[in-house]
Design a protein around this ligand. Sequence first.
Ligand code: ATP
Ligand code: MG
Length: 660
Amino acid sequence: MSVTWALPFKEKIIPELGKERTVDPEEYRRIHQESLKDIEAFWSNVARELEWFKPWDKVLVADPQPPFYKWFVGGKLNASYLALDRHVKGGRKNKVAIIWEGEPVDQNGNPLEVRKLTYYDLWREVNRLAYVLKNKFGLKKGDTIGIYLPMIPELPIAMLAAARLGVIFTVVFSGFTAQALADRLNDAEAKLVITADGGYRRGRVIRLKDIVDKALEQSPTVKNVIVYRRVGLNDVNMVKGRDYWWHELMSDVPMNTYVEPEPVESEHPLYILYTSGTTGKPKGIVHDTGGYMVLLHATMKWVFDAREDDIHFCTADIGWVTGHSYIVFGPLLEGMTTIMYEGAPDYPNPDRWWAIVERYGATILYTSPTGIRTLMRFGDDWVKKHDLSTIRLMHSVGEPINPEAWRWLWKLAGREKVPFGSTWWMTETGGILISHAPGLALVPLKPGTNGPPLPGVDADVVDDNGNPVQPGQRGYLVIKRPWPGMLLTIWKDPDRYVKTYWSKFPGMFYAGDYAVKDEDGYLWILGRADEVIKVAGHRLGTYELESALIQHPAVAEAAVVGVPDQVKGEVPVAYVVLRQGYQPSEQLKAELNNKVRELVGPIATLSNIFFVTKLPKTRSGKIMRRLVKAVVTGQPLGDVTTLEDEASVEEVKRAYEEFK
Ligand code: ATP
Ligand code: MG
């Protein structure tokens, strides 16, 4: 019995835009290999395009030894200066930096609140808040603070104000519970928290300050809280001497306040960010300043083809790394206009994103498979209602994008002509490492692929012994050399840093993802390495089976896990969410199984298919297969702090119990 590929490795699509820089994979390979000849020279050429207060002495140093790499050692810079001052001084003073819209709408469905902040507006607010942090709270370089704000402009303002002082910040996603917040504040030893009275999500007010109060019962390092009045709640508990209103603190800070940006060493931590927690306990990832800025600058140019008149719309939440890098720092570094919105993609209707694209003329769309699959369920009309013709480039991130979901968005939003990639990276990498590069040299698209590694990035797929696999064979994704933007360490846990990323294959960064490299050198991430299903000696990535299921018109989403089997070792079991208008039935199950057998091979026959209305996901929207697996194998659930909706696990359990 053999295993085939359900993935369209051979399909090649040449997008219309970007034609001027389209190259064939062979030529791209040459560009890539050239970049790897001397990565230090290669990356310092990129770094020179930024403004440094002091140039670096050494490009790359292992200090005290590998894998503790430091980039651009001796160099000094400031992220807030690069994102703001440069543009204010350099002709973008009155250009819109941030377009923001709040969630509440009027009876016609139009947003009640829209704010457009120019670079000058943003620069002033950042300076004023930096003044408050420095002079009223005595914060200084190297201190840490927590930021627990909804998606409002004060969130990037807080990040940039901290960065201006060299204060290390940790943003905690505003959908997290008091416990999850307390865990992160404690781990980071935050001295202060910036929050709001509340925020809107799907028509509800989330009372953030109440959650902070609860978290602070267990977070002794936090001495002060700054509260921004977002919603206007009038029963907010303010602890005297500890809690202060943002507007009161700022009321006597003049508009023309200037706070000198602290020139920090390249390796000075800019922020700590906890991973999504898809596979277990979140890790406190520490990012430097210099390398991170360099990778963002490179990827904004290569991957997003950043241009002066772009309106950049990344649909992520700033609580995740995608938002840090590609809503805040990346676009602002390039002097672009970046969109942020409060709320959810399916509220008040499943066309929130499309309405935003149309309202502000977004030219770049950066989104996620989970968002796309969710919206696919509601059908095409919600997309077709809007004029999306301004979009000239799209990318996705977060999980593998199933070819079916790719085609759907490419057709409807991309008009079957714009470049559309799936950018692979992780919190740890700081920015995109594997992706199509329309701004540099675009290779033909294939639905569902991540594309080739970016220049300067030595990514490969290796077997259990760390040897490169042949094209078409499955293996583990590794990065064989350091890259700028890479994590410095795990906060306060260097041993875990070494163990998690650098021990499986000595000398290589182990990403924890399962992958294949095709004959053109494109990488396809097949899911998490620890979620691989081993059927009769064959290893299959969850993505392969799930993508086969999604090819059936009834299926919106699927999660496949392996359960132990006496004969085959493991057999796959699927949990399936149907699109609107389809009902579960025995016949549908048979059809779905046929689809998988036809596309992947008889070996992949699903031993069971369960229909549910939702899958367990992290708060960032990723499928938590480990929870599904725990249910079907009768194991404890483990860490569930990042789970979005407990009811989803109950549904998975119920479906399984009924079957038993
Ligand atoms: P944790 O590490 O806590 O389990 P997490 O891995 O989900 O959480 P992130 O850093 O947010 O935390 O996600 C990185 C992971 O997301 C990658 O390791 C990969 O599995 C997946 N991923 C991101 N982008 C892509 C993509 N374009 N294609 C495939 N997988 C992707
Ligand atoms: Mg991870």
